[in-house]
Design a protein around this ligand. Structure first.
Ligand code: ADP
Length: 397
């Protein structure tokens, strides 16, 4: 029997759910999630063949927060591995601030530093960090690595990161960071193999899922992106508004008498596709709906994506390719078609049959700009980073 490879766990914790997976040398062994945390916790997981796995027994009402959820499943995770040994945990952390341009090994000092960034991402950062701190207490010898959604964008030039507000605020952290970095990094890592002509070129990657953003990549490095200070900016999303005149927020506060919490809930949870359509935040529902407002929501989405592709092409000084990825980008052929048609002026010539068949390349061979569909894999990226970070420190056998 061959020796087991390096096994790492990947954790993506949010306010009410904790998603996890286990990789052995880049191959997924199992994945699952605990959801309904703090309300009615539920557990589901499957192995690499897709077979459902029975989770650990619930103790009392179950995990009350994401930290409890991780300490609850850790012994179970290890018990699933047989003779394999869990070498480390890699965590998705939304914010690495201006300083972190790559993943970092977790220490108490790092956690203290990252906790200072919670005001910049109050809906995500505290929930990302709590399970890391819990694991550090419960299993201090298990190495952990924090992988940041912002890190990939630290190559953006200063002009791309600046807001035109008094510069003192930039020093206090009010600047454009960009997100979905692990997804973009994954795409950059596979381009040399799946679209070699684009690997050194000017590419707009469209990460279109529940959350959505675009990244302008020059030779695999981020030079601009649509998300900014927060993951609320840029494209309209499932329930998030995306780019909004900041005076609208002032209007809500002053004229509508809304509280900060009410504005936050409106912009994060009741806007985007859900707010525009009044039907659903899910693109599948919108595509299937006969409601005129559902169609209108999709038109707004396509309009905003196409406008932003033009804006990022300007940042790149031209465009060689577009890559579609994430739930909508990988699966919604009609949305890809509409975006490509709206980008025809840039030299995008859609091949409708290839698009309908979800071919890797969905533009004609004569198209000046090549459009591709490439699946993203943020968890694999985290697993690779975790192994690389440990190898750098000589922490692997
Ligand atoms: P996230 O990771 O941001 O939660 P995903 O990348 O998984 O989101 O994308 C989820 C979205 O992808 C769903 O809300 C749905 O609208 C869309 N989606 C998934 N499959 C399809 C499909 N076959 N056709 C259209 N949209 C789809």
């Amino acid at each position: 029997m061959s020796d087991p490879g390096t096994v790492v766990g990947v954790v993506n914790a949010g306010s009410s759910s904790l998603k996890f997976s286990v990789f052995e040398d880049g191959r997924s062994l199992l994945d699952g999630q605990v959801d309904g945390i703090g309300a009615r916790p539920g557990f589901r997981a499957k192995d690499s063949s897709g077979a459902a796995l029975t989770g650990p027994p619930l103790e009392g009402a179950g995990p009350a927060n994401p930290a409890d959820a991780l300490t609850w499943i850790l012994p179970w995770l290890r018990s699933q591995l047989g003779r394999r040994r869990l070498a480390a945990l890699g965590h998705r952390v939304v914010h690495g601030g201006a300083a972190h341009d790559r993943p970092a090994r977790v220490t108490l000092a790092l956690l203290d530093e990252l906790e200072c960034l919670c005001p910049l991402a109050p809906l995500h950062q505290p929930f990302n960090l709590a399970p890391i701190r819990a694991a550090l207490e419960v299993v201090p010898d298990l190495p952990q690595v924090a992988c940041f959604d912002t890190a990939f964008h630290r190559t953006m030039p200063e002009v791309s990161q600046a807001f035109a507000i008094p510069f003192a605020y930039a020093e206090k952290g009010v600047r454009r960071y960009g997100f979905h970095g692990l997804s973009y990094e994954h795409i950059a890592s596979v381009l040399p193999k799946v679209a070699p002509a684009l690997a050194d070129g000017r590419v707009v990657v469209a990460h279109l899922g529940n959350g959505a953003s675009l990244c302008a990549m020059q030779a695999g490095r981020s030079v601009a992106t649509t998300m900014g200070f927060s993951a609320l900016d840029g494209l309209p999303m499932g329930t998030r508004c995306g780019e909004l005149d900041p005076a609208v927020v002032l209007h809500f506060l002053r004229e509508e008498g809304m509280s900060v919490e009410e504005v936050e809930a409106l912009l994060y949870r009741r806007s985007g596709m859900l707010g525009l359509s009044g039907v659903s935040s899910d693109f599948r529902d919108l595509l299937a709906s006969q409601e005129p407002r559902a169609r209108f929501a999709l038109e707004v989405f396509v309009h905003r994506v196409a406008r932003s592709v033009g804006s990022l092409a300007a940042a790149l000084g031209g465009l060689d390719g577009i890559v579609f990825t994430a739930g909508v980008g990988e699966n919604a052929a009609p949305i890809r078609a509409s975006i490509c048609e709206a980008c025809a002026w840039l030299g995008v010539e859609l091949d409708p049959a290839a698009n309908a068949a979800r071919a890797p390349r969905i533009t004609t061979t004569s198209s000046r700009v090549a459009a591709h569909v490439i699946p993203t894999n943020e968890n694999l990226m985290i697993a690779r980073h975790t192994i690389a970070a440990l190898a750098t420190e000589g922490a692997l056998p």
